[in-house]
Design a protein around this ligand. Structure first.
Ligand code: NAD
Length: 372
C-alpha cells in the first residue's frame, strides 16, 4: 500500500443531519428508491432543505442492483433540474446510482456536483468508496466501476434510518460488512491503515450484528453496525476487495440474489480457498485469517486448524441470523445454475476485485467454488 486517501467528511450519530445546514446545497437533486419516498423518510431531508431555503427535486426510481437505464434516467433529470448538489438517500443501490449519475453528468461538461451520501442500510460502505456497482440486465452482468471522482464529499451516518430495515436485509447487509472487512484485510493491497479500519469493523460486526437482527430497535447495536459498515468501506476503498466479491457480482447479476447474501454464502468457501484449507501447501492468506481469529479470541493458534475455527464461528453466526448456507437453499433452478457456472466463472475472473485477491485463481477453481 503506497497511499491512503480519505476524501469524505463523515458526520455520525442521531442528530448529525443538522450539520447538513453547513453544506453548500442550494439546489439539491435527491436520489432514492420508491420505499424512501413512500415511507416519508425522504421528508427528513427535504424538511432540512426547506429550512435552508434550498430548492430540490426527488428522483425516486432507484431499483436494487441499479441498472444502466436507471442511471441514465437520473442523468436526464439532472440535465433538466441543473442541481449544484446530489443527495443519495438509501442503501448501496441509491448511493451507487447517484455516484455514477453525477460523475457522468460532470463529464458531460457540467460543473462538478457536491455529493452527499446518506446510507440507510449498514452494508455497502458506498458512502465513502470510489466504487459504484452498476448492472447491465441484458448482459446479466454487474460492473464495479471505480473512480476517485465518485467518492462522496460528505456522508451522514444517522442510525435512525436503519431501524426500519427488516431482519433479513439487516442480516444480508451485515454479512456484506464482514465480507468487505475480511477481503480488505487479506487483500494484496492491504496496509496498516486499512487493517486498522478492517479490524475494528470485524470486531463491531462480531459484537453487534446478531443483536441488530434479533432486535432491530436496539439503537446501540444499530449505531455500531452503521459505523462498522462505513469503517469497512474505508478499508476496502484503500485495499480493494477480492474473489468473494467478484463471484458475488456474477452470481447476483445472473440469479438476482441480494448482494450481501451472495457474499455471505460464498465467504466460507473463499476463506477456505484463500487459506488453502483443502490443499497440502501453505497459502500466505492463512496467517491473515489466523490473526483475525486470534484478535476475536475465538481460536488461538497459528495454523489451518485456527482458520477452521474461524470458519465454524462464521457459519454459526450465519445460522444465528438465518442466512442460508447453500445456493440450493435459495429458489434457484439447479440445471440453470449448472449451465451458468462457466459463464459466471469467466465474469468473476475478469472482475476488478479479483486483482487483489491473495490467491490468484484459475477459472476451474472458481467454477469448483461455485459448485461447492
Ligand atoms: P439496496 O440498496 O439494494 O436495498 C435493499 C432493500 O432494502 C431495498 O428494497 C430497499 O428499499 C430496502 N431498504 C433500504 N434501506 C431501508 C430502510 N432504512 N428501511 C427499510 N428498507 C430499506 O441494498 P444494499 O445492500 O444496501 O446495496 C446493494 C447494492 O450496493 C448492490 O448493487 C451492490 O452491488 C452494491 N454495493 C456497492 C458497493 C460500493 O462500494 N459502491 C459496495 C458493496 C455493494
Amino acid at each position: 500500500m503506497e497511499q491512503f486517501v480519505m476524501n469524505t467528511k463523515i458526520y455520525m450519530g442521531s442528530s448529525c443531519l443538522d450539520k447538513m445546514k453547513d453544506l453548500p446545497a442550494k439546489k439539491a437533486y435527491i436520489i432514492c428508491d420508491p420505499f424512501m419516498a413512500q415511507s416519508g423518510k425522504v421528508n427528513l431531508i427535504t424538511d432540512i432543505l426547506i429550512e435552508m431555503g434550498s430548492s430540490f427535486e426527488v428522483f425516486s426510481e432507484v431499483v436494487p442492483d441499479p441498472t444502466i437505464q436507471v442511471v441514465s434516467k437520473a442523468i436526464g433529470g439532472m440535465n433538466s433540474f441543473k442541481p449544484d448538489t446530489v443527495i443519495a438517500l438509501g442503501g448501496g443501490s441509491a448511493i451507487d446510482t447517484a455516484k455514477a449519475a453525477s460523475n457522468i453528468y460532470s463529464q458531460m461538461g457540467n460543473e462538478k456536483l457536491f455529493l452527499i451520501a446518506i446510507p440507510t442500510t449498514s452494508g455497502t460502505g458506498s458512502e465513502v468508496t470510489n466504487f459504484s456497482v452498476i448492472s447491465d440486465p441484458q448482459a446479466q452482468a454487474k460492473y464495479p466501476l471505480r473512480s476517485d471522482s465518485m467518492v462522496p464529499d460528505a456522508a451522514f451516518l444517522d442510525p435512525r434510518f436503519t431501524v426500519s430495515v427488516p431482519p433479513q436485509i439487516t442480516a444480508d447487509t451485515g454479512m456484506d460488512v464482514l465480507t468487505h472487512a475480511l477481503e480488505a484485510y487479506v487483500s494484496t493491497n492491504a496496509g496498516d491503515f486499512t487493517d486498522a479500519c478492517a479490524e475494528k469493523a470485524v470486531r463491531l460486526v462480531w459484537n453487534y450484528l446478531a443483536r441488530t437482527v434479533e432486535e432491530g430497535s436496539d439503537m446501540e447495536a444499530r449505531t455500531h453496525m452503521h459505523n462498522a459498515s462505513c469503517l469497512a468501506g474505508v478499508a476496502f476503498n484503500g485495499a480493494s476487495l477480492g474473489l468473494c466479491h467478484s463471484m458475488a457480482h456474477a452470481l447476483g447479476a445472473r440469479f438476482h440474489i441480494p448482494h450481501g447474501r451472495s457474499n455471505a454464502i460464498l465467504l466460507p468457501h473463499i476463506i477456505s480457498y484463500n487459506a488453502g484449507l483443502e490443499d497440502a501447501g501453505e497459502q500466505e492468506a492463512c496467517g491473515r485469517y489466523v490473526a483475525i481469529a486470534n484478535m476475536l479470541g475465538i481460536a488461538a493458534g497459528t495454523d489451518k486448524a485456527t482458520v477452521h475455527g474461524l470458519l465454524r464461528h462464521i457459519k454459526n453466526l450465519m445460522i444465528k441470523i438465518k442466512i442460508p448456507q447453500q445456493i440450493t437453499d435459495l429458489k434457484i433452478d439447479k440445471d440453470e445454475y449448472e449451465q451458468a457456472l462457466r459463464e459466471m466463472a469467466e465474469k468473476a475472473l475478469a472482475d476488478n476485485c479479483t486483482l487483489t485477491n491473495p490467491r490468484v485463481p484459475k477459472i476451474e477453481e472458481i467454477e469448483a467454488i461455485y459448485k461447492k
